[in-house]
Design a protein around this ligand. Structure first.
Ligand code: ADP
Length: 241
């Protein structure tokens, strides 16, 4: 497996009056996609927010510390960016590098162009309004914004939540390609078990009884999954022909 780039050590996450997951010790390797799975309320968003530095860990550590220079976060909430062009949304990814007044250099413009190309949109039509796009294209623009940040790690919180099947497949395929071909690290919180099994390399699973991490191939045999969801989920999957 490729080198470890990010490690957590006994990371306990949650809120002042509530531990959500405790003692999380795991690594993220260059070039892999990790699916973060678990029932509602098991702590997926809390982990992403903690890794991104939006809330403090209750204890434990993340090494190296993550900030906007080495981590890009793609959140789910439906952004209302009135009168903002596709170009300007992606340009927001350059903020960690631009001057206080936010002037874009030629190099910034080139990164924006490459980011839009990478998600299959391209620079043509980048002056269209973000809000006029379909949900699938909006999600691709938000991933382009994360790419424009030029970080090795991309964290995504349920990026396919509002999408139809072709767009869900496209987004998972894109994330796999970014990890495997562009050597990004991708951690994606999702409820898409089938797509996660098909495209991700490892699973980090949260349940009421704790966490489990391992290769997708081991998920089925690991009883952790049934325990986390408190049901025999694979019973509902028809065996592959
Ligand atoms: P998931 O993303 O897996 O659905 P979350 O990380 O959103 O789970 O939430 C984990 C737990 O933390 C839930 O029980 C939720 O109610 C609780 N929680 C989320 N936000 C807060 C908050 N700001 N203060 C206290 N508890 C919270």
């Amino acid at each position: 497996m490729s080198p470890v780039n990010i490690s957590t050590n006994k990371l306990t996450i949650g809120y002042i009056d509530k531990v959500v997951q405790r003692d999380l010790t795991f690594d993220i390797h260059t070039g892999e996609v990790i699916a973060l799975l678990g029932p509602n309320g098991s702590g997926k968003t809390t982990l992403l927010r903690t890794l991104a530095g939006l809330q403090p860990a209750l204890s434990g550590s993340i090494s190296p510390a993550l900030d906007a220079h080495n981590m890009a976060l793609v959140l789910t909430e439906r952004l209302s960016l009135d009168n903002t062009s596709i170009h300007d949304v992606v340009a927001m990814g350059r903020y960690p590098y631009t001057s206080f007044l936010g002037g874009l250099t030629q190099e910034d413009e080139e990164v924006i162009r490459q980011s839009l190309v990478a998600v299959g949109l391209g620079i043509d039509g980048a002056n269209r309004f973000f809000n006029a796009l379909s949900d699938g294209d909006k999600q691709r623009v938000l991933i382009a914004k994360a790419l424009a940040q030029q970080t090795d790690l991309i964290l995504l919180d349920e990026p396919t939540a509002h999408l139809d099947l072709p767009n869900r497949i496209r987004i998972f395929g894109l994330l796999q390609q970014l990890a495997h071909n562009e050597h990004k690290m991708v951690l994606i919180s999702t409820h898409e078990l089938d797509l996660a099994l098909a495209t991700c390399d490892r699973v980090l699973l949260f349940g009421a009884a704790g966490s489990w991490i391992g290769p997708v191939e081991e998920l089925k045999s690991a009883k952790a999954f049934d325990k986390a969801f408190q049901m025999d989920i694979f019973k509902w999957f028809r065996p592959q022909p």
